[in-house]
Design a binder for this molecule. Structure first.
Ligand code: MGP
Length: 190
């Protein structure tokens, strides 16, 4: 029987393909849903963009944040307010050589749940593009979870290939929010 649109059965016979359910070929679904946020420090708000640019192409003052679904990229969020961040402060030369590859590795650490049993403590990550020096940070939910925070810091530092003799610091958001000078004291260092 000729029909304008072959039924599924006929069409799969023709192409010799089996119809499979998504579950059988999506082997590694992500553990979490994530939201990518973009912040642009521009009062005119007329600038349109239709591509996600590399961080190094953004104008100074812009941020990207990748956070787990339901967590807003701010200290005040319920899941952030007792937390803190592992902070990478980059010098100006590092925008060219390190910023984009560090941010990519950070995204892969997050969506790949790289921190073993402590990945639940991760809330998200932020890149700040700034004239004075760019910053990348991984935010976690509770600065008092020493084991989780230090494990995340060690793995993160290794994944970025930061040499042993260089340290990165972890600061609580509470301290960052109430800092008086330009630096916030570290709660942990790896
Ligand atoms: P910033 O954008 O994180 O870094 O914070 P920047 O621009 O390098 O500035 P610096 O202060 O770290 O040198 C800029 C300012 O935005 C902060 O000083 C706060 O006033 C404000 N801010 C940043 N964050 C992430 C928050 C937040 O989560 N909540 C609130 N209320 N203010 C914030």
């Amino acid at each position: 029987m000729a029909t304008a649109e072959p039924s599924e059965e006929e069409s799969s016979e023709e192409t010799n393909q089996e119809i499979v359910s998504p579950e059988s070929y999506i082997k590694h679904p992500l553990q979490n849903r994530w939201s990518l946020w973009f912040f642009k420090n521009d009062k005119s708000k007329t600038w349109l963009y239709n591509h996600i640019q590399l961080s190094s192409n953004l104008m100074s003052g812009c941020d990207y944040s990748l956070f787990k679904d339901g967590i807003e990229p701010m200290w005040e969020d319920e899941r952030n307010k007792r937390g803190g961040r592992w902070l990478l402060t980059l010098n100006k030369q590092q925008r060219k050589y390190d910023l984009d590859r560090f941010w990519l590795e950070t995204l892969l650490c997050l969506i790949g749940e790289a921190f073993d049993d402590y990945s639940d403590d991760v809330c998200g990550a932020v890149v700040n593009v700034r004239t004075k020096g760019d910053k990348i940070a991984v935010w976690t939910s509770d600065y008092e979870n020493r084991e989780a925070v230090t494990h995340i810091g060690r793995v993160y530092k290794e994944r970025l290939g930061i040499p042993m003799n260089m340290t990165i610091g972890y600061q609580s958001h509470a301290d960052t929010a109430t800092k008086s000078g330009s630096t916030t004291k570290n709660k942990f260092v790896v």
